[in-house]
Design a protein around this ligand. Structure first.
Ligand SMILES: Nc1ncnc2c1ncn2[C@@H]1O[C@H](COP(=O)(O)OP(=O)(O)O)[C@@H](O)[C@H]1O
Ligand SMILES: O=P(O)(O)OC[C@H]1O[C@](O)(COP(=O)(O)O)[C@@H](O)[C@@H]1O
Ligand SMILES: [Mg+2]
Length: 574
């Protein structure tokens, strides 16, 4: 043990602070001039003008309290502590993998009781709620799990499963004890307000939770902004609006400051709504919370209109975005077919994943060519884009092209000397492929082919994500929000709530952040698109060979289980 801080007497540390059994305090008054000492596994990370020192059980040492007293480290009492009995949590929680017969694997989510012993439990208040008490088997059985792959062969191993979401018979928070907060991060997505609304209403109506804070403006709002009080009245109408009433941002993830803020405010349930970057940030927050031994559930709700989050069937807001994209594609089609050699070009979102472009194309049937980041293409020569455009114009007199913002970036880089700029979150800032390709097409046909064309470029980028969610996304948002609330109340932490094969599940952060979900162009879904547009694949035999090694993604409608009809009916059963 180092000799930085030592307690006056060990008994000074035996009283629980704020009824939080994981923290112990000693009062130090300014007359006791001495030095501070902590065991080497402990760290003082928030030295302020506080007079109370608290020690997390098996984790960090913090200065807390607000009464006047000592302000400097050298005026504190010399105290002696022996923390040898308290095992500090390792830096990173190991994945919880449970195996069973027949190759069954459960990728389980962490639980508060994994690192806090002897937590009290309470009967779930829903059992007295008239809306739920009549529903037979309302509570999820403790052994319910959901398979990740549902297309199997007779001899297939049972494979990976995730814990089924839903209310548990016992909960780990007393309703009055809960102090929740909600934050939204990253780009906008239709349905953010619905998720916020349903978390607030779910906590309040199902569990009687009254203390819910909104964190303003993304992660940095934890430490740089004021919070807002949220209750069912405040959020009543917000699902009818696009955007997020809490505001959002990129960058600003400072783990220590965020967890300090959680701790200082006495927050014990953190609901984090955001995309792949946000879930990475949530995973780090969870690790820090666990390391400090706090009774705080950290729960993620996946948000991404790009659909780039793995494992889950799809993100909320995706359907709405695809629907809105139809309006731009329709306009492009009307413009193109009204003039000779008309080309309607629509750029849609999709930084690394072309799902919106692919589904908008499949839904519209007016699109002749869809270009996405996952499928390389080339412009000139036999089998290239220009050749195909010319062919379509000669056959049809007009054509519609949909391009995802991340498509063909390698071509732009070659011709425009690649920029390596990033946004505040570290995402690569893309060059405008829509403007670039418009110019290349115009130049090619006017200069090289001497063929007059009329190109109309439509960029509805922000229009498709700044709108309120449609009816089906609203239902999805509600189920996601309720699932995440049930999970946190049941003491689960370090998890994202998500739809897997039409069932609500709890997925550990490590699975959500390990990779991005991409369109696999050697899968049937992309083949369906090619056969619907009749565009060439632009792939060489070598490309196909390389792409053939990729694992199939969760392709939304593929595998026969994620179609809209199944999706809705499964939702209802959850
Ligand atoms: N690896 C990471 N570790 C911690 N925080 C991250 C990480 N990546 C992104 N973040 C934070 O998550 C937030 C949202 O990330 P961003 O990539 O902009 O959007 P999205 O979550 O929608 O993908 C930002 O505040 C960013 O700082
Ligand atoms: O201009 P912004 O706000 O950075 O957003 C643009 C990005 O947002 C997205 O729609 C989604 O990004 P995130 O899911 O990472 O927030 C990307 O397709 C696009 O590149
Ligand atoms: Mg992202």
């Amino acid at each position: 043990m180092d000799s930085l801080l030592a307690p006056r007497s060990t008994s000074s540390f035996s009283s629980p602070l704020n009824n939080n059994k994981n923290y112990y305090y000693c009062n130090i008054n300014s007359e006791n001039k001495s030095s501070f000492s902590v065991p080497s596994s402990f760290r003082i990370f928030n030295l302020r003008k506080f007079s109370t020192v608290s020690f997390g059980y098996g984790c960090d040492c913090r200065l807390m309290g607000r009464s006047s007293g000592c302000s400097k480290i050298d005026c504190l009492t010399r105290v002696t502590m022996d923390f040898s009995a308290s095992a500090a949590s390792p830096e990173i929680a190991k994945p919880k993998i449970v195996t069973g017969p027949g190759g069954y694997v459960l990728e389980d989510v962490p639980h508060l009781s994994d690192y806090i012993p002897d937590l009290p439990t309470y009967p779930n208040p829903l059992q007295d709620n008239p809306a739920y008490s009549v529903v037979k088997q309302y509570f999820v059985h403790v052994d319910d799990t959901v398979p990740q792959k549902i297309v199997v062969h007779k001899d297939s191993p049972r494979g990976t499963h995730f814990r089924r979401a839903g209310p548990r018979q016992k909960v780990y928070f007393d309703s009055d004890e809960v102090h929740a907060c909600i934050v939204t991060c990253g780009g906008l997505c239709p349905g953010l307000n619905t998720v916020i609304r349903e978390i607030v209403c779910g906590l309040n109506h199902m569990y009687g939770v009254k203390k819910v804070l909104g964190i303003d403006g993304g992660y940095r709002g934890f430490y740089a902004k004021n919070t807002v009080h949220l209750d069912p009245n405040v959020v009543n109408d917000i699902h009818k609006r696009g955007g997020t009433i809490l505001g959002t941002s990129r960058g600003g993830h400072d783990t220590t400051k965020i967890v300090d803020s959680i701790q200082d405010r006495g927050i014990n349930q953190v609901y984090i709504i955001g995309g792949d970057g946000t879930q990475r940030g949530a995973a780090v927050i969870f690790e820090e919370v666990r390391r400090r031994g706090l009774k705080v559930s950290v729960a993620g709700i996946p948000k991404t209109i790009d659909n780039d989050i793995p494992v889950i069937d799809k993100s909320f807001g995706f359907d709405t975005a695809v629907e809105e994209a139809q309006r731009a594609i329709n306009a492009a089609h009307v413009e193109a077919e009204s003039i000779e050699n008309g080309i309607g070009l629509v750029k849609l979102m999709g930084r690394y994943s072309g799902f919106i472009a692919m589904y908008a194309t499949l839904a519209s049937r007016d699109v002749d060519c869809c270009l996405i980041p996952e499928s390389p293409f080339f412009l000139e020569g036999a089998g290239g884009l220009f050749e195909y455009i010319e062919k379509r114009l000669k056959e049809n007199g007009h054509m519609v092209i949909v391009i995802a913002e991340g498509a063909g970036q390698e071509l732009l880089s070659e011709s425009m000397k690649s920029m390596t700029q990033k946004d505040a979150s570290g995402n690569k800032l893309l060059q405008d492929v829509g403007l670039w390709i418009s110019q290349r097409i115009k130049d090619y046909f006017s200069k090289q082919r001497k063929m007059p064309i009329n190109l109309k470029y439509i960029d509805p980028t922000y229009m498709i994500r700044a709108i309120p969610s449609n009816a089906s996304d609203n239902v999805y948002c509600t189920l996601l929000a309720q699932s995440v609330v049930h999970g946190a109340m049941a003491g689960y932490t370090g998890f994202t709530s998500g739809l897997v094969n039409g069932r609500q599940t709890y997925i550990p952060f490590n699975r959500i952040i390990e990779k991005q979900n991409h369109v696999v162009i050697t899968d049937r879904m992309w083949a369906r698109l090619l056969s619907s547009t009749n565009q060439p694949s632009f792939l060489s035999a070598k490309d196909v060979e390389e792409k053939g090694d990729e694992e199939p993604s969760n392709q939304l409608l593929d595998n026969g289980n994620c179609g809209q009809e199944t999706f809705v009916s499964n939702e209802v059963t959850n």
